[in-house]
Design a protein around this ligand. Structure first.
Ligand code: SAM
Length: 286
């Protein structure tokens, strides 16, 4: 059954996960063990233990997060918006089934409620069970797990949240609508009058069209829009982008005293992450 999966291949007597990234690019990881593989109503969900990245979450053959580098993405998608907002109390995460983002949000004692709207309950279940380096087997009582499509959940919600984090998979399949203008408009409506949102906006190396489109769409809705970046080794191109929209507060004034336990973010990263490579800066300005 397992070796029949198109993204698991036997090469030279070893098992490899082969991610079909682009027409001319495949990323491969040597697999120690397939820990769990199951088809949900939405996607194929798999946890594999890889030699270099440890237990790894794979959806429809695409690596989502790994035990080795998942913290980079999860720290960056949470701490930047949470520190941009001076008093975040109500936080919404859309997607984020590996629980890594929610785990970071739980580091803020002033946050009272975290709604996590994930379309696929199976992703949460296997991440809590087998991906504990990322999920921390999250059990904070402030987190409400809501299993629903994020686009329908957010519709018609008015000024409910201080911070919205869109932690989606790539813009294909169930996540496609999470990159649309209509969705960002609904996110804008769901935010308080001083609310902040962030989304992952793909690779500046390989998906500049998506990053630019996201920047423009969020910029049409929010007076403050900024792109920031981090390096995530298992994401195609390595360099990864996040786009932040804010109704009032400006992240470049981020002078928060960094006091959290983290492996990637520190005081310097909070400021430096907004410095973009010249080609990216120029492409966004055009
Ligand atoms: N860090 C990852 C990345 O950039 O590839 C993404 C992490 S997280 C695993 C993405 C989650 O978004 C998945 O668990 C997926 O099930 C969820 N998702 C996709 N479309 C969704 C939708 N329309 N509503 C809610 N969750 C969605």
């Amino acid at each position: 059954m397992i070796t029949q999966l198109e993204w698991l291949k036997e090469i030279d007597g070893h098992l490899w996960l082969v991610e079909d990234e682009r027409e001319n690019m495949k990323l491969s990881y040597r697999v120690k063990e397939v820990i769990h593989a199951e088809q949900s109503p939405f996607q194929h969900v798999m946890i594999v233990d890889t030699y270099d990245f440890g237990p790894t979450l794979v959806l429809d053959g695409v690596v989502q997060t790994t035990s080795r580098d998942g913290h980079i993405y999860n720290e960056m998608i949470t701490h930047i918006p949470l520190l941009t907002h001076p008093h975040p109390k109500r936080v919404l995460i859309i997607g984020g089934g590996d629980c890594g983002a929610a785990r970071e949000v739980c580091k803020y004692p002033q946050v009272e409620q975290i709604d996590m709207v994930e379309i696929d309950e199976l992703v949460v279940k296997v991440s809590k069970q087998y991906l504990t380096d990322v999920s921390g087997n999250l059990s904070d009582p402030r987190v409400n797990f809501i299993y629903e499509d994020g686009t329908s959940f957010i519709k018609n919600r008015q000024e409910t949240y201080d911070v919205v984090i869109v932690d989606s998979s790539d813009p294909i399949g169930p996540a496609e609508q999470l990159f649309s203008y209509e969705f960002y408009r609904d996110v804008h409506r769901a935010l308080q009058t001083d609310g902040v949102m962030v989304c992952q906006s793909q690779s500046p190396i390989f998906h500049m069209n998506i990053l630019k489109q996201t920047y423009e769409r969020i910029g049409q809705l929010f007076p403050v829009v900024h792109v920031y970046q981090a390096v995530v080794p298992t994401y195609p191109g390595g360099l990864w982008s996040f786009t932040l929209g804010s109704k009032t507060y400006r992240p470049e004034q981020l002078d928060a005293k960094w006091d959290k336990q983290a492996k990637y973010v520190n005081q310097g990263i909070l400021q430096g992450c907004f410095q973009l490579p010249e080609s990216v800066r120029q492409a966004l300005e055009k």
